[in-house]
Structure formats: structure tokens, C-alpha cells
Design a protein around this ligand. Sequence first.
Ligand SMILES: Nc1ncnc2c1ncn2[C@@H]1O[C@H](COP(=O)(O)OP(=O)(O)OP(=O)(O)O)[C@@H](O)[C@H]1O
Ligand SMILES: [Mg+2]
Length: 368
Amino acid sequence: MNNENQLIEYCKDVLHYAVFNKDEQSNEYDIEVSDHGLVLKPIFPITYQITEKLYNDIYETLNLALTPELTLIRPLSMQIVTFDEADRNVARGIWFPWRVGKAKRLTMDFATLYKRYEESGRIPIMDIIDWDYRKSPHLIVTGVSGSGKSFFLSYLLKMCSRVGDVLVIDPKSSDLARWARHQPDVDTVLPAFVDGSKIGNQQGIGTSYLQAVNKRLKDVEILMYRRQSLLYQKSEKVSTDYSELGLKPYFIIADELAALMTGAPKSLKDEFQSTLTRIVVLGRESGVYLVMAMQSARAEYIPTIVRDSISVRLQLGRINSENTKFLFPELKEMPMIPLGGKGTGIISIAGDDRYAGIEPVATPTIKE
Ligand SMILES: Nc1ncnc2c1ncn2[C@@H]1O[C@H](COP(=O)(O)OP(=O)(O)OP(=O)(O)O)[C@@H](O)[C@H]1O
Ligand SMILES: [Mg+2]
């Protein structure tokens, strides 16, 4: 028996006990495998029902049974493939994408990572996962304290500041702000208490800082409209973007986005959220991208429309159904196997055919 047949037999054995536990059901489906995934083809008539639950059960069973040889990718919804030439009762199957082996964490110095960017035009995340920001605009990272959000954001800040222009928003004035301090080209909005001018200001970061942030975001919004108007005037193509004008991308990089809003009056929060919404919804063509981190993507911190317009989603740290429901509402059960360790979790990249759903991730470790 060759490897492929052995793999198919193994999957059938595993599913026989866990999912298709009536003996006759083993003859009611077929399995085909490739480097990219598995197709389970029901042979109608069947005694089981094809439901989201069945799909999840099969996914969960195979996921555990095949790791680490294969890494299953969790599609955002049930995937059906069709076989147009096949007999009527076997002309479709359910698709389970996977990767051969595991994606590996990048552990190297920044210069080497940057070289990878220069070679591909995409920002490296793991050895075989990278971010094509033009196809998949905007990025959000969530996770509990200490899970690696700021660490990853600092890496993205270093990358993005070489790739394009950046605006840094850092209410805690931690990793991002400390790095940006020594970069004359990097624009930063910091709370007033950091530069020592307003220590003890009772308004805290709540009011004055959010005011300052809102003002800067308005400037970015104007830049975005200016670029769109240029595109309208200069481009003859129906489908185009800012790169046609020879412009650089503009990244807004914001850590602890929710902290920005704590204690601020509602009018300021509303202004902030509506500017953010316009930027995220309209930013792609003009090359204005939002990269942000927060503990949780609860709707009171981030409007649903913003969350749903962000192509790249990462959740770091402990992954369970309680905390994934905000950023990954489509992940009802908890069928992910995290890689383990600092800066690990799950990722989904929309808008790029190379990625089929939610999969484990480990953010780069930059060696000094
Ligand atoms: N990819 C990584 N490789 C190596 N170490 C990492 C990685 N990601 C995070 N760490 C380590 O974990 C520590 C905590 O990460 P970080 O400060 O980014 O967490 P955080 O999610 O921003 O926490 P908080 O919510 O408290 O700000 C970092 O100081 C770093 O030492
Ligand atoms: Mg942090």
C-alpha cells in the first residue's frame, strides 16, 4: 500500500470510531487526499446527515489524529467541492484543507526578515505564511496580557516603517513608543504624561489623548480622500489602487486600542470610532492600513463593521471558545491546536487565495 492509501485508511479508521460509528456508514463515503487537503465524498443514499456539526466533528477528529504530520486549516464555513463529470450520487464532497507539516516560527535578525520582505513584497509572519497587505488590508491582534501583542506589533512597526509611512498610537507608551522615540521619520501620538509636561493631569489619557488621536486620524482621513481623488483623476483603470500613483502605503499602528477610550466622554469615543470605521472601510484603495492590538475584540471596543473589514486576524495566548468568540465568531467549537509558547495562537488571512481559513501561528522572534 502506498503512503496515500495508508493515509486514507488511517483517516477512515479514525472516523469510523469517532464519527461514522455504524458499520454500514463506512461504505457510505469515500476519501481522497492531496498535498492541500482531504475530500470526503458521501456516496448517496446515506444514513447520516451532513450538517455543520458533522463537519466540525470530522474536522476535530482529523485535526488531532493528523497533527503534526499535517496541519488542518479551519475553513470559515463548510467547504463543498463538486465533481461535474461524476455520477449523480457521488458528484460532491466536503473539503478539509491542510498543510503538509507545520508552518515554522521565524527566529532571526531583523535584517534577514527584511530581506525576505524585499524578495517577496510581503511581510513575513512564519516560514510559509506572509502578509500581502494590498490583498488583505488591515490587521488586528488580540490576546490576554503577556501573550505577545506588543512584541508582534513592534516587529510590524519596524517592517511597516521601512515599507511605507507610519503613525504610531501607543496609549501605554511602551514598546512602540520607546522604539519610535529614536526614529525621526516615525510619527507618534503619545499621551501628555509621557513627556512630563502634564504629570498629574486629572483628565488622564482619557480625554486629552483621545482628542489628540482624533485630530491625527482626521489628518490621515484627509490624506486618504486626497489619494482617492487623485486616483479618480489620474487612473484610466476601473480597478486600481494607490501603487499606480507611485505612492507608499500608510500604516496606522495602534497598541491597546481599547485603553484609548476608557474614561473618555462619549462624544469623543463616537468620533474616534466613526473615523476608524471610515478609514478601515475606505483605506484599501488609497493604501491606508490599520494595524492594531487590543485585549479583546468586544463590540464595545471595536465596532463590528471595523472588525469585519479587517482581513488579517490573530489571537495570541490561550485559545478557548470564551475568548475566540469576539475575533473569530465563526469558530464555534474549539478545534485549534496552538503551537505553544510565547507569541503563539491562531491566524486567519482573508482576501488571499493562499490561505484557506484559521490556522495555528507563532509570531517571529527577532534576534538582536
Ligand atoms: N514571538 C516571540 N518570540 C519570543 N518572545 C516573545 C514573542 N512574543 C512575545 N514574547 C515575549 O513575551 C513577552 C510579553 O509579550 P508582550 O509584551 O508583547 O505581551 P502583550 O500581549 O503586549 O501584553 P500586555 O497586554 O501586558 O501589554 C515579551 O516581552 C517577550 O519577551
Ligand atoms: Mg502590550
